[in-house]
Design a protein around this ligand. Structure first.
Ligand SMILES: Nc1ncnc2c1ncn2[C@@H]1O[C@H](COP(=O)(O)OP(=O)(O)OP(=O)(O)O)[C@@H](O)[C@H]1O
Ligand SMILES: NC(=O)c1ccc[n+]([C@@H]2O[C@H](COP(=O)(O)O)[C@@H](O)[C@H]2O)c1
Length: 172
């Protein structure tokens, strides 16, 4: 039995992340999704809470043939102890998945195998691009799983993002 660990901020969980999970499912029996920067929300880069991201991920993966766990991981001031922090919060895992250079470095220094995945449609499947479209009334719905659209609707997420964006722009 192999268990993987895939870390991201998932702001929001999009079709690029879904493709990565589907690819990882070919390698492992179980997957922990680490919800990074779990302590941040209501900001331009991190509009959604950890709980809201858990809803997006859990509902999006309900039909995936993989046992998954979503685990919130708060940020720390000290990179040197971040891997221990992750391990203290997560079910044990055998291999980590990330394309983030700092994450790769920290896991490798701790002796944990890291696998990178190819980027899918990165010109549009990128959190910042999708968040911009959500604020600007562009087409974002086609870039995320349908369950994410439902969650954003349930929490009135677009209204929140526009408020945050206005506040940020006006410096209030
Ligand atoms: N389109 C994609 N294809 C494959 N991997 C992706 C894609 N988008 C993001 N990833 C990877 O998923 C992990 C988590 O990414 P993250 O949650 O930061 O999303 P992001 O799209 O890069 O968002 P942001 O623009 O907010 O940083 C990272 O390792 C990232 O490289
Ligand atoms: N010191 C730390 O708290 C630390 C170190 C490395 C990565 N992280 C987090 O891991 C996540 C990595 O995800 P992304 O690949 O989506 O950036 C982010 O939430 C990032 O803040 C935190």
């Amino acid at each position: 039995m192999t268990r993987g660990f895939y870390i991201g901020r998932f702001q929001p969980f999009h079709n690029g992340h879904l493709n990565v999970v589907q690819r990882i499912a070919e390698d492992v029996d179980e997957l922990v999704l680490g919800i990074g920067s779990a302590d941040d929300s209501h900001s331009v880069r991190n509009p959604f809470t950890a709980g809201e991201r858990i809803m997006m991920i859990t509902k999006s993966l309900v039909d995936t043939d993989l046992v998954t766990y979503a685990v919130p991981i708060e940020d720390l001031e000290r990179n040197s102890v971040w891997v221990s922090h992750v391990e203290s919060m997560s079910p044990d895992f055998d291999v980590a998945y990330s394309n983030n250079p700092l994450v790769i470095q920290l896991f490798r220094e701790a002796g944990i195998e890291v696998r990178q995945s190819p980027m899918f449609n990165r010109d549009v499947l990128e959190g910042s691009e999708i968040r911009d479209r959500m604020v600007d009334d562009g087409d974002w719905e086609s870039l995320v799983p349908p369950a994410v659209v439902e969650v954003v609707d349930e929490i009135d997420g677009l209204e929140r993002m526009r408020m945050i964006s206005d506040t940020d722009t006006n410096g209030i």
